[in-house]
Unconditional design. Structure first.
Length: 424
């Protein structure tokens, strides 16, 4: 288990003492939840919220600690309070379904007059988490190098850690709402992941003899799949743990002669490629390096070539409102991360490259289902995960992370898309 993550527990269990800010948090939260179909229940038997007896229940276990954390830093404190056990989902309430109504109203929970203070109260990205070449390696290690064995417990056998593409869900944006979060899974996750990978390869027009660059190797499945088409693949990663296992899997698949796996930053790649692919890696690039990232891709792409990236996205106004802030996900899950908007990608391409977007396939609903499957697997396999050295606080952290993201994709606050880019 990562010592960096484990060392955070010491400060986590020291609840901040912020009586004035705690009162402010109470003052803001109560009217907010009175407009939401949830129930907040307290140890004294009192309840807040617009939800009736069947609505999702948020059980406040330690009200003082909960409001202190919320007051000290709302964006980080809410998740930390769950990690510490200050609140939990009530009996029979699914965590993602509890978080979904909050996610659907995330931009309106705080009164407009207080939203104007965002620039004053928001924490900024720590300097150490900037995505320089050195900083990127450190940021990636804190998540992807946690444990190959831990990831293998809840991912499917392809070891694919990104949104799948299910045959029975549309590839366009869905209307806001949460009922479909409860849709049953009708397809094996492995098959849905392979469809996603094939979608990226098809979008980049990868065929026999194609020279392919993959930025972000994961555990090697996309590189193997491309090589099975007869492509010559160069795949780069800065995760040492992933690189070791990816190479083993490439060798086992019998495509070693077609795949060149390198422990290398994308900024250090040289050459010319007919197709460049990257799956959910742009979120780790960092806004200040987007021009570098796309300009590098542009410089490596052969004439007539195509690019396909799968990217997590958010609406442009939300991206602009959050781009300079530091939240729970960045502190505990993806240090240095930032989700772009489609417009931010378009602006960067127009200003720094000769590329433009020529096709978009939206998979937001597919990610909600993928995350639901991962969380169910993670919880079902918790004894095996724990055996790799992870404790109960880590479990609550990952449950919150997976449910929080599922809710965001479920209500359309977040999206994910496969995006093809070409020269005009």
């Amino acid at each position: 288990m990562s010592e960096t993550v484990a060392n955070q527990w010491a400060s986590l269990y020291r609840s901040p003492q912020t009586p004035f800010k705690a009162r402010m948090a109470r003052w803001i939260l109560r009217p907010a939840v009175e407009r939401i179909d949830v129930r907040l229940t307290f140890p004294d038997g009192s309840t807040w919220g617009a939800g009736g007896p069947d609505a999702p229940e948020m059980r406040i276990v330690r009200p003082k600690a909960f409001f202190n954390r919320l007051g000290a830093d709302t964006k980080i404190g809410f998740g930390e309070a769950y990690m510490a056990g200050d609140w939990t989902a009530g009996e029979g309430t699914d965590l993602a379904e509890l978080l979904a109504p909050f996610a659907a109203r995330l931009t309106t929970l705080v009164p407009p007059s207080l939203q104007k203070l965002r620039g004053i109260v928001d924490e900024r990205l720590p300097h150490a988490e900037r995505n320089t070449v050195e900083g990127s390696r450190s940021n990636i290690e804190r998540h992807y190098d946690l444990s190959n064995e831990m990831f293998a417990e809840f991912l499917d056998e392809t070891l694919t850690y990104s949104s799948a593409w299910y045959a029975d869900l549309p590839t366009t944006a869905g209307a806001p709402g949460v009922p479909w979060l409860r849709e049953p899974t009708t397809e094996d996750l492995r098959d849905a992941q392979l469809r996603k990978i094939d979608g990226v390869l098809d979008q980049a027009r990868v065929t026999r003899g194609s020279r392919v660059l993959e930025i972000g190797s994961g555990w090697g499945t996309l590189a193997i799949r491309a090589a099975e088409r007869g492509a010559h693949v160069t795949t780069v990663t800065i995760s040492q743990e992933q690189a070791v296992l990816a190479q083993e899997r490439i060798d086992a698949a019998g495509v070693t002669d077609l795949v060149d796996l390198r422990l290398q930053d994308y900024r250090e790649v040289e050459g010319e490629f007919d197709a460049i692919v990257s799956v959910e890696m742009i979120e780790a690039v960092g806004e200040e390096y987007w021009p570098t990232y796309f300009a590098k891709i542009d410089s490596l792409l052969a004439p007539g070539g195509a690019v396909s990236i799968q990217a997590i996205l958010m609406a442009d106004h939300r991206y602009k409102a959050t781009r300079n802030s530091y939240g729970w996900i960045q502190k505990y899950i993806f240090p240095g991360g930032l989700i772009p908007s489609p417009e931010a990608i378009d602006r960067t391409l127009a200003q720094h490259t000769t590329l433009s977007v020529t096709e978009t396939r939206q998979l937001g609903r597919h990610y909600a289902r993928t995350l639901r499957e991962w969380r169910e697997r993670f919880d079902a396999r918790w004894p095996q995960v724990a055996a790799h050295g992870f404790d109960e606080t880590f479990r609550r952290m990952w449950d919150f992370y997976l449910a929080y993201c599922e809710a965001g994709f479920g209500v359309g606050y977040l999206d994910v898309a496969q995006i093809r880019m070409e020269r005009g």
